[in-house]
Design a protein around this ligand. Structure first.
Ligand SMILES: Cc1ncc(COP(=O)(O)O)c(C=O)c1O
Length: 480
């Protein structure tokens, strides 16, 4: 076995790792005798202390055994490691069949390298985030952590954060004033996962909007549910098309994902009644409902929920940024305890420091200030997008009605395919995203999803001007 050492750092560690690898891979066979520590030290040009240290560690971990006065030997027990593994053993390790049905890529494909102008959804404006205020809140959280006892915390989340969220939800979404009803999660995604864990038995029917949010679909499918697609129209989910056996209905009533229309009041009432009649749970994903731009918006569906059949789910992914991984839910009272137990079995709770920092950020008013600022910034981008979609781009694109959120959907009016347009735009340096990945059934109308969270006004303008130039050439090419 060839050994070598490099530099002067951690020489014993280098020898230890090379010998260990040689034994595990079978290059040093069980029972084989190793050179003496003295001989090895001379051979490698290191001190005897170094080789002794490496051998001592290998002996302590059971790789080497010693025979009195006869040096060190590779432990006999190791020969089993290097026996050929029968192929049946390798193939026996498979995930449960449910995972074959879960789609591989849960988010939109992102072009590489990133394009100069990018209308990707799901991102927020990092440059506009008040990092100085956030730093102050993180320092406060560090100090609080240093002072407190070490130990596991409440799976439902830090009390201050639950309090801050309940106040925010009461004012902003008319949802709850009771902090005890709030459960903090690692983003909306974990809320959906916990709900699936406590609600779904394999084979249960879950109804989802189509088009809809693929990560939610994956979550329910992973729990063993039979996910049934329900169409949406201009008023949101078509309630009459719900399958009678559905145990859970997942909806995005404030801003249908990805099309954008709000669910009408009559549909909301019909959905609540349907859920009560069928003893089903409604999961309301209010992922970006706080950014409302037109008219008097409807409060959350949960605010109409007299019978406690709605699990309200929200996130900081759009109001702060997705990497924070913090969200929340207000479930029906009957599920609260099971959800907290489920959370404890998964990962016990979210990081206490981040929760404490976010609570301070909210209670000090920084969050509200940030939101007001972003509302203005996003509002301007949205106005520009709508004006251009309804104006110069109107022969090709038709924006869908939407009153909230940080993305807009538009149908393609001409006979131009989504992929054709996306590819041509990418060649012109503009990142566009299609609606097809969100449709589960074939034959959907081609369209685009314009995210403007991370695209500033100048880039929105340049991107749209580029499209105004590009689209006529595509149209002409096709007609020609
Ligand atoms: C429909 C929908 N729900 C939830 C989320 C956010 O999920 P999370 O809080 O896990 O980041 C998004 C983000 O794009 C979304 O589009």
């Amino acid at each position: 076995v060839h050994l070598s050492v490099q530099g002067s750092q951690d020489l014993a560690g280098q020898i230890y790792r090379q010998l260990r690898a040689a034994m595990v891979e079978g290059r040093l066979a069980a029972g084989e005798r190793l050179p003496s520590t003295r001989a090895l030290a001379v051979q490698l040009g290191v001190s005897r202390k170094t080789t002794l240290e490496a051998f001592d560690r290998l002996t302590a971990e059971g790789y080497l055994g010693a025979r009195q006065g006869d040096g060190s030997f590779v432990n006999e027990g190791l020969h089993r490691l290097t026996e050929a593994v029968p192929p049946s053993m390798v193939t026996r390790l498979t995930a449960t069949p449910v995972w074959e049905r879960v789609p591989e890529a849960l988010s939109m494909p992102v072009p590489t390298p990133t394009l100069p102008i990018d209308f990707r959804g799901g991102s927020t404006d990092r440059g506009a985030f008040p990092f100085d205020a956030w730093r102050r809140c993180m320092l406060h959280a560090l100090r609080a952590t240093a002072r407190g006892f070490s130990g596991y915390r409440d799976p439902a989340g830090e009390q201050e954060l639950r309090l801050a969220i309940s106040r925010y939800l009461a004012v902003s979404r008319a949802v709850t004033r009771q902090w005890r009803e709030v459960i903090v999660t690692q983003g909306a995604q974990q809320a959906l996962d916990l709900i699936a864990r406590v609600m779904i038995r394999p084979g249960d029917v879950v109804a989802m909007e189509d088009p809809g949010y693929p990560p939610a679909r994956a979550c329910f499918a992973a729990a063993g549910a039979r996910v049934v697609d329900v169409p949406v129209d201009g008023e949101g989910l078509v309630v009459e098309r719900l399958p009678a056996q559905a145990r859970l209905v997942y909806v995005t009533p404030s801003h249908q994902f990805p099309l954008g229309m709000p669910m009408s009041l009559s549909r909301r009432v019909a959905l609540l009644q349907w859920a009560q009649r069928h003893a089903a749970l409604i999961v309301e994903d209010d992922y970006d409902g706080e950014y409302r731009f037109e008219g008097r918006p409807l409060d959350a569906l949960k605010s109409l929920d007299q019978a406690d059949t709605v699990a309200y789910v929200g996130t900081f992914s759009k109001t702060i940024f997705p990497e924070l991984r913090l969200g929340y839910m207000v479930p029906p009272g009957a599920l609260h305890q099971a959800l907290c137990k489920a959370r404890q079995t998964v990962d016990w709770h979210s990081c206490m420091m981040t929760q404490t920092a976010l609570a301070k950020f909210m209670l000090d008013g920084d969050f509200a200030r940030h939101q007001r600022r972003m509302h203005k910034l996003y509002g301007k981008r949205r106005e520009l997008l709508l004006a251009r979609l309804r104006g110069p781009l109107s022969p090709w694109l038709e924006p869908l009605e939407s009153v909230a959120g940080i993305h807009l959907a538009a149908y393609i009016k001409q006979p131009i395919g989504e992929t054709e347009l996306i590819d041509a735009a990418a060649r012109a340096g503009i990142g566009l995203y299609g609606l097809a990945p969100f449709h589960n059934r074939a034959g959907a109308r081609p369209g685009l999803l314009f995210g403007y969270g991370a695209t500033d006004l100048e880039h929105v303008e340049r991107g749209l001007t580029g499209l105004e130039r590009l689209l006529p050439t595509l149209g002409r090419n096709r007609l020609g």
